[in-house]
Design a protein around this ligand. Structure first.
Ligand code: 13P
Ligand code: SF4
Length: 309
């Protein structure tokens, strides 16, 4: 009997499927993936693939973005319940009311939101291009930024723009403890702290580098330092360590890290290798986006891709 990994690789070939995985996926899933990346990189890969099936090993909004960009492909997600606290914090009816209260505002949304929210937006951004996207808006235009208030605050600090922020946050990045981080840094004073911009301001203020998951990996590769404390979801450590096998990577501690699982995204970890296999075998669960929503959601994503060139 072939191993699960071998069966997935064989099925992938037989069905002309591609597996796109986010850095937060468990290592076993990253091993069977054709591409592992951040939200922006994964969207671009999804858009240009000529495979018949895109198995998205990530969370729902990522698979939905792939479907919006490449609608003739069958997009499947190993677990349909793999959501995101940011996307869940922003229901379309409430967001529509918020927009209606500020009709003169340009609406910029972080890609971690549903297709319905993207359809209500002027421009989408990811953590790797958010500052650039906000700076592309003329200075005299007021901006609504949703759904991540922490990323929003970070962009305000970088651009000086006065943005109206939606009150959403990432449960994983809000769990980091400043006190514990300082304790770990005291034990490793030679380590540089690097953080994802979904983290709270007090965590970001300690960081030598702030950026997307891909940006963080790039930083540890190119920075001459030998030790890093990494404030993002722990799944990133797999790829990061592969890239810098001789460097020391220390996960940033969460408020209550007695279980050692606090900086893991429960949504991302709903996907397992077994579910990847079942999903590929049965070609379900499939991501369906109603065509009217898809067309409206595509425009702000295309604007983002154009501005990110
Ligand atoms: P990246 O686009 O930086 O990979 O972020 C995705 C995400 O969900 C972070 O929590
Ligand atoms: Fe959403 Fe946070 Fe999980 Fe990223 S880590 S998918 S932002 S809940």
């Amino acid at each position: 009997m072939n191993s699960l990994k071998e069966r997935i690789l064989a099925l992938k070939k037989e069905k002309n499927a591609v597996i796109l995985a986010h850095y937060y996926q468990e290592a076993a899933i990253q091993y069977v993936a054709d591409y592992v990346g951040d939200s922006l990189g994964l969207s671009i890969e999804a858009m240009k693939t000529d495979a018949d099936i895109i198995l998205f090993a990530g969370v729902h909004f990522m698979a939905e973005t792939a479907k919006i960009l490449n609608p003739t492909k069958k997009v499947i997600l190993p677990d349909l319940k793999a959501g995101c606290s940011l996307a869940e914090s922003c229901p379309p009816d409430l967001f529509q009311k918020f927009i209606d209260q500020h009709p003169d505002h340009v609406v910029i949304t972080y890609v971690n939101c549903s297709a319905e929210i993207k359809a209500l937006s002027d421009i989408v951004c990811t953590s790797s291009n958010a500052v650039k996207i906000v700076e592309s808006v003329p200075k005299d235009r007021p901006i609504i930024f949703a759904p991540d208030k922490n990323l929003g605050k970070y962009i305000i600090s970088k651009t000086g723009r006065d943005m109206l922020l939606w009150d959403g946050s990432c449960v994983v990045h809000e769990a980091f403890s400043l006190d514990k981080l300082i304790e770990v840094h005291k034990l490793h004073p030679d380590a540089k702290i690097i953080a994802h911009p979904e983290s709270e301001t007090h965590i970001l203020e300690t960081a030598s580098y702030i950026g997307s998951t891909a940006g963080m990996i790039d930083y540890v590769k190119t920075n001459p330092n030998n030790k890093f404390i990494v404030a993002t979801e722990a799944g990133i450590l797999h790829k990061m360590q592969q890239e810098v096998p001789n460097k020391i990577l220390i996960p940033a501690p969460a408020q209550d890290d007695n279980t050692c699982a606090c900086s893991e995204c429960g949504y991302m970890k709903m996907n397992t290798l077994q579910k990847v296999y079942d999903c590929l075998l049965n070609e379900t669960p499939e991501i369906i986006v109603p065509e009217d929503i898809r067309k409206k959601a595509l425009l702000p994503i295309e604007r983002m891709l154009e501005l990110s060139k």
